[in-house]
Design a binder for this molecule. Structure first.
Ligand SMILES: C[S@@+](CC[C@H](N)C(=O)[O-])C[C@H]1O[C@@H](n2cnc3c(N)ncnc32)[C@H](O)[C@@H]1O
Length: 321
């Protein structure tokens, strides 16, 4: 590993502490800073393939092995004394955080479309963000009841002219696509999802547990496949008499930048409704804004029209006029 590699890894961890963990997870903020200053850990990370060095993946894999969020001593220990098991966990898992509350920022855009709807989510993980009509919603007092009364109520603070729907849209067909679908019925997959939640993130763990319980009662279908190659075949399976919506949320950042334009061109060619909920600068052709600094994501229709700034975890939604 070169000095440049070490500097890049340390920089990634410092940036994660400052931009991602700050204000959300004090434990991971200080852990990421500590990793950035630890030469032995940086060397261990440098021995991994580049896409396996991300703080989120490393901390979650450690939590999966330890059964509790790691501190710097535990990380040092895993990287030295349990190196093989730690490496194996990192190589076999990927960042698949599945946040049901992101449905609350998608819902107003979905409810504006001509019903009934057919949904395809690319990068669906376990499919929890496919179950839009299963959850109940509370937009600062504007309430909507979901199909499963035991599923969580997603609370989201709206601002701006959000077109809050009077009812949930009718969804007649849905399917997910993921490189490595997680199975809501599999205990290890469910545990991995819970390890991806950061310590200090309020009610996310309870919300995830309730969403998983609902999903287990009627599991969503998530096909194994690559959004770069397998989307047209899946889109061809959707019923012709429904409005087909293809959407993705916190996915394109995991696709190599040089390949993203191929995906967006393919979605445009399909002639469907396309919603993206990604960090600014991730979807090609859309300007990067200051939203990263402010920790926001952007909901965009058809790769052209920014609809809203959104909280990455769905707790607020600022509609753009
Ligand atoms: C951070 S998770 C987001 C899950 C869900 N969209 C959400 O918002 O909760 C990203 C997901 O994208 C999937 N993914 C990454 N690259 C992919 C690709 N080329 N094709 C299909 N899925 C991909 C990962 O496996 C992972 O499950």
């Amino acid at each position: 590993m070169t000095a440049d590699d070490s500097a890049e890894i340390a920089g990634t961890y410092r940036a994660f502490a400052r931009w991602d963990a700050h204000g959300r997870s004090p434990a991971y903020e200080s852990l990421a800073d500590a990793v950035a200053g630890d030469a032995a850990l940086v060397r261990f990370l440098g021995s991994l393939p580049p896409d396996k060095r991300q703080p989120n993946l490393v901390f979650s894999a450690a939590r999966y092995l330890l059964g509790a969020p790691p501190g710097i001593e535990e990380l040092r220990d895993l990287a030295s004394r349990s190196r093989a098991a730690f490496t194996e966990a990192l190589l076999s898992r990927r960042t698949q955080t599945n946040e049901p509350a992101r449905c609350a920022v998608l819902l107003p855009a979905l409810a504006q479309l001509p019903p009934p709807l057919a949904l395809i989510e690319v990068g669906a993980s376990a499919g929890l963000t496919l179950l839009v009509d299963r959850y109940s919603y509370d937009y600062a007092g504007h309430r909507l009841a979901g199909r499963d009364p035991q599923a969580p109520t997603l609370r989201c603070t709206p601002s701006g002219p959000v077109p809050l729907p009077a009812r949930l849209p009718e969804i007649v067909w849905r399917a997910g696509l993921d490189l490595s679908p997680l199975d809501v019925r599999d205990e290890n997959d469910a545990r991995w999802l819970s390890c991806l939640v950061w310590p200090g993130e309020g009610d996310r763990e309870q919300r995830l547990a309730a969403a998983l319980a609902s999903a287990r009662r009627d599991p969503p279908t998530v096909h194994r496949g690559d959004l770069l190659t397998d989307l047209p075949a899946l889109a061809a399976e959707a019923p012709a008499d429904a409005t087909l919506v293809i959407y993705h949320s916190f996915v394109l950042a995991y696709v190599a930048p040089g390949k993203r334009a191929g995906f967006t061109a393919m979605v445009r060619d399909l002639g469907v409704v396309w919603l993206s909920n990604e960090a600014p600068g991730v979807v090609p052709g859309l300007p990067a804004t200051s939203a990263r600094a402010e920790g926001m994501s952007v909901l965009v229709r058809d790769g052209r029209t920014p609809l809203a700034h959104t909280d990455p975890h769905g707790t607020w939604l600022r509609w753009l006029s």
